[in-house]
Structures are given as structure tokens and as C-alpha cells.
Write a protein that binds this ligand. Structure first.
Ligand code: KG4
Ligand code: ZN
Length: 349
């Protein structure tokens, strides 16, 4: 039998099963990550972060990211198996992030997963990175049921999603320009903070005051789209004007004012989307969901409007492979097809 026939038939038998092991691989940006999961359980999860490598450039350099994924991936897979105390023979399926992300970086994970799937004659499933962030919520919230609303906030995406199933996720609103994480990173760079900017802004914001007035896009409008480029540019202009005048730059106040405004828009729209669509459950996902101020503000708004706020633990908000494995488990139940050996990476998936 051809590889794909074998893969399809093995995947078919898994659809009705539970308690099988998934090997999950994620390499969409600057984290190489491997996990072994079972249902919504993490059996092992390992991450090799490239943050220190990219720090000196102030952001991720795609070519360098790809090369470092190549260096890391094989050892990481070995480490995951060691931690799980399992072998290749215990795995039933391989799940890999195929997009969205940096093309060269994604290709490393996809090529590795294809080769391993073929060698082991195991089915391969291609998982969407954005969706996998959403499914991180199931790891710590075992009784979570779809449908729910989700505020997805990462370095590449800012979306309000109605999550009905893995295959049926409706985008109610999204950013028309910069993602909120991208805005955090760019503002941090202007302020001279190190990469990644999100956690740095959060740290400095705690020391500052919300005393600088910044613009809000789409004020008063009823839709759920976002725009962060105006806010980012306003901060940039503010800093440049002070620099031209030779005045001190109030870094902490700028960080606090920016974070307050960036988060206020997210909270307002996500809560309004829940109310409009009659949802009393809101999940959050993506790297920016690790932001403590956002989590607090959402909790406050949730209490006020009777909406339960559900969030993954902070370490599962940023990129990891456990979420890929768990998304894979749901995708298999819903009938995702086995990938063939032509499976490609897709930067814009
Ligand atoms: O989900 P993620 O790890 O990768 C993408 O899929 O993009 O998100 C990375 C983004 C970066 O922009 C980073 O600055 C932001 O998440 N981020 C944060 C925090 N931790 C990470 N933003 C605000 N506050 C944080 N604590
Ligand atoms: Zn991500």
C-alpha cells in the first residue's frame, strides 16, 4: 500500500478513539517547540526559544530563525520522548503547524514532520497556527465546550472569533493593519526596550501612569475590526517630538498609556461581541493574552457583564507545541484529512 493509503486508514481508526499519543511540532516563528499530547493532556512539552539570538537585531530575522530551527528540532524531539518516557512506537499521529508564520521557519517543521511520518508510516495532519492558539484553552479548562467566543491576540493576528468547532471558526472582526502584538513590539522598539516588546511594555507600564492622551481608532463604530497603526504612529510622533525638543522621555508613562489604550479597545470589542451574539463565555489566546493587565481588565469587564473569562496559563499563550497537539486531537475527531507528502507550508494560512 502507498504511504497515503496507510496514513488515511490509520487516521480513520483514530477518529473514534481517545487516549492515543500525538507528536506535535511547531516552528512558525522564533520558537522551536515539540510536544507529546494525549486528548487535552500534555505528556511532554519542550521549547527552544531563539529570543536571545534575535534580541540583538531588535526583532526576528527570518533566515536566522529557519537555520536555528534546523539546529534545534531533532534534539528537541528526542528530549520530548525522553521526558515522556515514550518511544516512536507509542505515537499514533504527527501534527505540525503548516501556517501562518514565517515561510522558511514553517518549512523546517513541515519537512521534518513529513520525513518522520513517512519513516514511521504514521498519519500527518497539518494544523493552523492561529487555531492552535485558540485550542490552548482546552488544556487547563477540561470542561470547556464549543461554541465560545475568543479574543485572539498575537504578534501576527488580532481577531474576535466565534469558535464553533476546529473547522468552523467565524472571524467577526480583525485588525485592518498592525496586530496588537506587533504594535507592542514596535512601540517597545521606539522606547528602546528589548525584544520581544510585549513583556517589556508590561513591566515598564507598571511603573508609569496613564497620563498621555492617545487616539482610538473606530471610536463609536459598531463593527469589531481593529486598527493599531494610528496608535503606534501617535506614540512614535510623541517620542520624536520630545527628542527634537531635547526633553526627557517619560518611558514608563508612555508604556502605561499605550498599554491602557491598546487593551481598552480589545476589552470593549470582545465584551460587546459576546453580548451581541449572546455568549457568556469568552476565551483569550495568543502571546498578548499573557499580558497581566489585559487579563485583569477582561476579568473586571467579565464580572460586570456576567461573562466568564477563560484564559490559558501564561506559558501556554505564547508559541508552544502542546496547543498544536490538542488542536490536532479536535481536528481528528472532526475528520481532518491526512496530509500527503506534498504538504506545503503556507505563510498566510
Ligand atoms: O502568539 P505569539 O507567541 O506568536 C505569534 O503567533 O505571533 O505572540 C507573540 C507576541 C509578541 O508580539 C509579543 O510581544 C507578545 O505576543 N507578547 C506580549 C506579552 N507576552 C508576549 N504582549 C503583551 N504583554 C505580554 N506580557
Ligand atoms: Zn503564535
Amino acid at each position: 500500500m502507498e504511504y497515503l493509503e496507510i496514513a488515511k486508514s490509520k487516521l480513520q481508526t483514530l477518529r473514534a478513539l481517545d487516549n492515543y499519543y500525538i507528536l506535535a511540532i511547531e516552528s512558525s516563528c522564533d520558537e522551536t517547540a515539540v510536544a507529546i499530547t494525549r486528548n487535552t493532556e500534555i505528556v511532554a512539552s519542550v521549547i527552544s526559544s531563539q529570543i536571545d539570538i534575535h534580541k540583538r537585531f531588535g526583532g526576528v530575522v527570518p533566515e536566522i530563525a529557519s537555520r536555528n530551527h534546523i539546529l534545534a528540532i531533532d534534539n528537541l524531539v528526542k528530549e520530548a520522548f525522553k521526558k515522556a518516557n515514550l518511544t516512536f512506537n507509542d505515537i499514533s499521529v504527527i501534527a505540525v503547524t503548516y501556517g501562518a508564520g514565517l515561510l522558511g521557519a514553517l518549512l523546517v517543521g513541515v519537512a521534518y514532520a513529513k520525513a518522520l511520518a513517512y519513516a514511521l508510516q504514521l498519519p500527518l495532519i497539518a494544523i493552523n497556527h492561529v487555531k492552535s492558539h485558540v485550542f490552548a484553552n482546552f488544556i487547563a479548562h477540561k470542561d470547556l465546550q464549543m461554541p465560545f467566543m475568543c479574543l485572539l491576540v498575537s504578534g501576527g493576528h488580532t481577531e474576535i472569533l466565534e469558535v464553533k468547532s476546529y473547522h468552523d471558526i467565524e472571524i467577526l472582526g480583525s485588525t485592518l493593519d498592525d496586530a496588537v502584538g506587533e504594535a507592542f513590539d514596535k512601540v517597545a522598539r521606539v522606547l528602546g526596550f528589548s525584544y520581544p516588546g510585549g513583556p517589556e511594555i508590561e513591566k515598564h507600564a507598571k511603573l508609569g501612569k496613564n497620563c498621555i492622551s492617545l487616539p482610538r481608532a473606530f471610536k463609536g463604530e459598531k463593527h469589531f475590526n481593529f486598527s493599531y497603526s494610528g496608535l503606534k504612529t501617535a506614540v512614535l510622533n510623541y517620542v520624536n517630538t520630545l527628542k527634537l525638543k531635547g526633553q526627557d522621555i517619560p518611558y514608563n508613562d508612555i508604556a502605561c498609556s499605550f498599554q491602557t489604550e491598546a487593551v481598552a479597545v480589545l476589552v470593549e470589542k470582545a465584551i460587546r461581541a459576546c453580548k451581541k451574539n449572546n455568549y457568556n463565555k469568552l476565551c483569550i489566546a495568543g502571546g498578548v493574552a499573557a499580558n497581566g493587565y489585559l487579563r485583569n481588565e477582561l476579568d473586571k469587564a467579565g464580572k460586570k457583564h456576567n461573562i466568564e473569562i477563560i484564559a490559558p496559563p501564561k506559558y501556554l499563550c505564547t508559541d508552544n507545541a502542546a496547543m498544536v497537539g490538542v488542536a490536532g486531537y479536535f481536528a481528528i475527531k472532526e475528520g481532518i484529512g491526512a496530509s500527503d507528502l506534498y504538504q506545503d507550508a503556507d505563510a498566510r494560512a
